[in-house]
Design a protein around this ligand. Sequence first.
Ligand SMILES: C[S@@+](CC[C@H](N)C(=O)[O-])C[C@H]1O[C@@H](n2cnc3c(N)ncnc32)[C@H](O)[C@@H]1O
Length: 257
Amino acid sequence: MTTLESERPADYLTRLAASELGQAYKALVVDEMQIDDGATVLDLGCGPGADLQAFADASGPQGRVIGIDSDSEAIEVARRRVAVDKQIEVAVGDVHRVPMPAHSVDRVHTDRVIQHVDHPEAVIAEAARVLRPRGIAAFAEPDWDTLVIDFPRPEVHSSYRRFIVDHVVRNARIGRRIANLCDEQGLSAIRVIPVTAIYRDAASADRVFGFARVTRRAVEAGYLSAADADEWLGHLSTQRFFASVSLFVTLAQKPGS
Ligand SMILES: C[S@@+](CC[C@H](N)C(=O)[O-])C[C@H]1O[C@@H](n2cnc3c(N)ncnc32)[C@H](O)[C@@H]1O
């Protein structure tokens, strides 16, 4: 998996989910999913399981929650986390081929997953396949082209962002595409909610962006000169800091009655 994360993915994801920003947008998504009592909720790319308990709480004692992820280490963390809750199941699997029958779930969820997959349209088609008629999907996916970082020479920042979009995240502009992909793949997009993360602290931002590592790669790939890279990294680590990036929460419904 290609990520901007600079440490072990499961540790990083658990801490991000527990951060103020992570908690706020994740709570918003659960709310918008309108999960009924007794619902079956499928979390595609559940990672270490940050959202599974919230889905179980929302679907009540008769509900069922299934988390799938291709990373066996993340699934092991998720399994330990939810071990006592009989209504939650987790399994290693590929979200391009969801091991569930058609029309078998009421809600499907992704959070920062489709940005990494080989075939975004196939994952959305799978969500449409497994949803029951009138079922709802919520896709929370970033758009890395919305990244802004305060730096006196905007052309340097633009080159850094372009490197991320071109080489670091596989589907870096997926946030803006999901609504249209839903409409093409058997779902109807009903609402898109923008969520913008603001970072004023360089150290917290660095845990997401991995500035030194990504900048070094940008130099190797010819996006930044060595002199610009030194100036960029020096500025980020010593001057007042501001960065932001947006993700889009796309809510879509499976047609039918
Ligand atoms: C940024 S993490 C998000 C995890 C979780 N949704 C959360 O909010 O903490 C992306 C996850 O997508 C998973 N993933 C990427 N491609 C996948 C695929 N083809 N099938 C299953 N999982 C995949 C990764 O293993 C990783 O756990």
